[in-house]
Design a binder for this molecule. Structure first.
Ligand SMILES: Cc1ncc(COP(=O)(O)O)c(C=O)c1O
Length: 344
């Protein structure tokens, strides 16, 4: 039997229409380095999506590159990044921001992945002193690394505080489609007016195959970011392949349908776990479910299912659903867990 895959949405493949779009765009020859018709169309579609003309798009190799290019292009060397202590930027990007951007990260405490206004204010209101780095940008993950979602009101309050302390705002939206499905449809369009400076708009975990999209809303950094993209080795000559697959995902909001499905599978999984007496440790807002499972159960389960052990002290595991998770897989997983629980 094939293993059930709940390890990561990065593990899942991509829909046929994504593969087709890559094949189709690879047979065309035309301008390189983002001047091709697919990339120009993508930029126009992103402008329409955000109801905003003053933005530039950058297609980069992965989510880490989007975060590092987006943030570092806006900062001076003495300026620092505020982010949650569990952020991907800090925990899972192998110090790329520090190495390539050279900027210091200042870590904020979190609860279920979210930072609080008081922690943000405490870090932001540091006295200006040549001996200290200057907090200049907040990096916020939406959804967070625990799959929780900041509400519109929470984002508004954070954005107001950023404006008060002259902080730029980066959003790490590696799974942003999963958040969009939970918020109002026009939430995305409110981001420019909320002062979002740069957005890492992820597609790879949601059916994409190549590269990620970075959106820059800071007009006076447009030119600088273009040069930084090249210097940071992120300027792909055949960008049209990356743009074509993102266009195929955006066509008729397919990317939202895929994310909605992944969220639905997580909600099915949560209900099934509750029925078995396992209470998720984090609010299930998107496509991730966190739960504590005794080590013996994890060992048995791992013979039939891929998942991540998140915290080996608390026995918390992460079960991640994707666009390709089927209701049948969730049912099989739950049956298996019920059997293993009974037998231990
Ligand atoms: C919150 C978050 N940001 C960014 C990324 C992008 O990572 P990668 O560079 O592997 O595409 C991930 C991937 O797991 C993520 O979970």
């Amino acid at each position: 039997m094939q293993k059930i895959q709940l390890a990561s949405d990065n593990w899942s493949g991509c829909p046929q229409f994504v593969t087709d779009s890559i094949v189709e765009s690879s047979s065309y020859s035309g301008a390189a380095y983002g001047k091709d018709s697919y990339s120009l169309k993508l930029e126009a579609e992103i402008k329409a999506l955000f109801l905003c003309d003053e933005l530039k798009i950058h297609l980069v190799s992965n989510g880490t590159a989007a975060n590092v290019l987006g943030i570092s292009s806006l900062l001076m060397p003495h300026e620092a990044v505020l982010c949650s202590e569990v952020s991907h930027l800090h925990v899972d990007e192998c110090g790329s921001m520090e190495r390539l951007g050279g900027n210091k990260l200042i870590l904020l405490p979190e609860t279920d992945g979210k930072i609080s206004l008081s922690a943000l204010e405490m870090a932001a209101c540091t006295s200006m002193d040549v001996h200290r780095v200057r907090p200049r940008i907040l990096s916020l993950s939406q959804p967070t690394e625990y799959g929780t979602i900041y509400s519109e009101e929470e984002i508004k309050s954070i954005s107001r505080l950023c404006q008060k302390y002259n902080l730029l705002l980066h959003m790490d939206g590696a799974r942003i489609a999963n958040a969009i499905c939970k918020l109002k449809k026009d939430w995305l369009q409110s981001l420019p007016s909320l002062g979002i400076s740069v957005l890492s708009f992820g597609f790879m975990k949601n059916g994409g195959a190549l590269g990620e999209l970075l959106i820059n809303f800071v007009k006076d950094s447009f030119e600088r970011m273009q040069y930084s993209q090249k210097q940071l080795l992120q300027l792909n000559s055949k960008q049209r392949l990356v743009s074509a697959q993102i266009l195929s995902l955006m066509y008729q909001d397919r990317y939202l349908d895929l994310a909605r499905h992944a969220n639905k599978m997580a909600s099915l999984l949560k209900d099934g776990l509750l029925n078995l007496g396992y209470i998720p440790t984090r609010s299930v807002d998107s496509n991730c479910v966190f739960v504590c499972l005794p080590p013996k159960i994890q060992t048995e389960l791992a013979k039939h299912c891929d998942f991540y052990e998140w915290n080996n002290l608390t026995n918390e595991v992460r079960l991640l659903c994707s666009w390709s998770t089927s209701p049948n897989e969730i049912e099989t997983f739950l049956k298996l867990l019920a059997q293993i629980t009974k037998g231990t």
